[in-house]
Design a binder for this molecule. Structure first.
Ligand code: NAD
Length: 569
């Protein structure tokens, strides 16, 4: 990717305040969001342009990064820049209501859609891994995933321990404390539980401790289990990062006859070469092996994954609640090691999230371009005022204010859905909130524009048979028309950035997914765009699941007057 650009060194994070470098706020927002992705507080390895999730990058090379900034600074209010796998490739005159940036990352034609071909093209500098929010400039650090992780664990607790106070007294064992996985210990303690998280890179554990996501670290599993048991017995929240390979740590639990209540994993298993670490090597030794002998690395990595999945299955047999947390570790060992029983534990979407997707409910995030924390606090009040009946949302916002540190531009996440049928104005929940933020910007109660965006993992924006669309009722798991329609309709509705990627959290060839941003600058144009996009976007979740025959989605369509021409057949 070359040496870090001087421009990036000068920024080291997003520009803030009310003065712009670009002609309009939409271009300025793109420039700030890209730089926010690469803020050293936000990104995992910004000097390599890596934002999170293995090698998820924000731009293909440092030259491409400089060129993107140059184009954004001269882009007119009626022009659109095209980005192909992290490199700006064209600018066309469009119109004011069109997106300012259109992005396609990591996409390959079906027959060639695999890691092997991707890595060849990547080595030749022709393609980039965009992950989900890395290549679409919507990553906001671990604070972005925290609510999804919190919601998933809360739902798990409701399902498996209905009479318990969340996860109080329960121990969750997991692995991976990277950009996304780092949210796990805090999400567990926010649900009052205890977390033991294995992480092979000690610096990552330190980073989570520094930012308040994890409480302690140790390299002694006996100590971790003893402290976890003590905390669970006392009903106290507690988290510990165990410095070691996750496969070894889970096997160590089995050897000791210790069964956690819940077992999952968020190591970067989706990428056996550049994400997951094989057992028996330190990080430095493994990095060296990857350079010297990539084939041997891949073999060692897959061998460890096989042991890792076996340990999860054995812990499940011993009584733990097991689920895969979206890193495709089951698919990897099924594909490469022929381990059919890998899928004997479920993925988190069919287990806990799909009923929310049926109602268009998904992660909705917003970012204060001013850089002012007060702007986010004003939006916290606004969301609580708008939805006084949503107790869980109020609890989340209060907990987030108290326990989630801002990273880079101040941001917030919450899950909002369609539910237009329940509102007097006929607006979706997401549109209602976005319009309220726009009013606050117009009234000067918020200092500078706010960007509203989301994860690619959303109700109607992903096809991912081992994750978001695992075990769809009608067997439509692998049909990728839906994310493409999502990107097309959000472009038609006037989102300001629209992107379509391949791979995301589960790896090349395993998923297609789309994302969008809308810049709320207080103008009538922003209101118009927000109302349309935040109707079409969650609406895609409703129609996609209605089409697959889910009653909740068919009910939502009926209650909220979403047109499903063939009624969900
Ligand atoms: P990351 O690359 O930033 O972090 C992964 C971490 O796992 C690193 O710290 C690495 O040192 C550690 N690791 C790798 N192999 C290990 C091993 N064998 N034992 C112990 N530690 C090991 O990735 P991330 O952004 O945290 O994402 C983690 C995984 O979760 C990815 O596969 C990602 O695609 C997936 N993901 C899940 C969701 C979700 O909603 N659940 C969302 C996005 C990504």
């Amino acid at each position: 990717v070359g040496d870090p650009s001087d421009e990036w060194e000068a920024y080291r994070g997003a520009p803030t305040g009310t003065d712009r470098e670009c002609e309009g706020w939409r271009q300025e927002a793109a420039l700030r969001m890209l730089n926010n992705n690469l803020d050293p507080e936000v990104a995992e390895k910004p000097e390599d342009l890596v934002v999170y999730g293995g090698t998820g990058r924000a731009a293909r090379s440092w030259d491409a990064y400089d060129a993107i900034l140059d184009q954004l600074r001269t882009l007119a209010d009626d022009e659109t820049m095209l980005v192909q796998s992290g490199k700006p490739v064209g600018v066309f005159q469009t119109h004011e209501r069109a997106p300012r940036v259109l992005i396609a990352n990591s996409n390959l034609v079906g027959k060639w859609d695999n890691w092997e071909h991707f890595h060849e093209l990547e080595a030749e500098g022709k393609i980039m891994y965009g992950q989900m929010t890395a290549g679409s400039w919507a990553y906001i650090g671990t604070q972005g995933i925290i609510q999804g992780t919190f919601e998933t664990l809360a739902e798990l607790a409701r399902e498996h321990y209905p009479d318990n106070d969340g996860l109080r007294g329960k121990i969750v064992a997991t692995g991976g404390l990277g950009g996304m996985g780092g949210a796990q210990p805090l999400a567990v303690t926010m649900n009052h539980g205890v977390c033991i998280a294995a992480e092979v890179d000690e610096r990552r554990i330190d980073r989570r401790i520094e930012t308040g996501y994890c409480m302690e670290k140790t390299d002694d599993l006996d100590e971790a289990i003893r402290k976890a048991n003590e905390a669970a017995e006392a009903g106290e929240p507690y988290s510990v990062g165990v410095y070691g390979n996750a496969a070894d740590v889970l096997e160590g639990m089995l050897e000791r006859g210790f069964t956690p209540d819940v077992v999952t994993d968020q190591t970067s298993a989706h990428d056996e070469l550049e994400g997951y670490y094989p057992s028996g090597y330190t990080v430095a030794e493994a990095d060296e092996l990857r350079e010297d002998d990539p084939d041997a690395y891949v073999e060692a990595s897959l061998d460890t994954m096989e042991r890792h999945v076996q340990a999860i299955l054995d812990l499940q047999d011993a009584g733990a609640v097991a689920f895969e947390y979206g890193n495709n570790i089951r698919g990897q060992v099924e594909d490469h090691r022929g381990m059919d029983e890998a899928f004997d534990f479920p993925g988190f979407v069919p287990a806990y999230i799909r009923p929310l997707f049926c109602r268009g409910k998904g992660p909705f995030r917003w970012v204060a371009l001013s850089g002012e924390e007060a702007d986010i606090h004003r939006t916290d009040e606004a969301v609580k005022e708008l939805f006084p009946e949503k107790d869980d949302l109020h609890r989340w916002i209060d907990l987030a204010q108290e326990q989630v540190q801002f990273q880079g531009l101040p941001s917030r996440v919450c899950w909002l859905g369609y539910h237009a049928g329940e509102s007097e104005d006929g607006l979706t929940e997401r549109a209602r909130f976005a319009l309220r933020i726009n009013e606050l910007v117009a009234a000067g109660e918020i200092e500078a524009p706010v960007v509203v965006t989301r994860d690619h993992l959303d109700a109607g924006s992903v096809a991912s048979p081992n994750r978001e669309t695992e075990a769809m009722r009608d067997g439509s798991d692998a049909i990728a028309d839906w994310p493409i329609l999502n990107a097309l309709v959000n472009t038609a509705a006037g989102a300001d950035i629209v992107s379509v990627h391949d791979g995301g959290g589960v790896g090349i060839g395993n998923a297609l997914h789309a994302n969008n941003h809308v810049v709320l600058d207080g103008s009538d144009l922003a209101a118009e765009k927000a109302e349309r996009v935040f109707t079409t976007d969650p609406g895609m979740g409703v129609i996609r699941h209605a089409d697959a025959g889910y009653e909740e989605a068919i009910d939502e369509a009926r209650e909220s007057d979403v047109t499903v021409p063939m009624g969900g057949e």
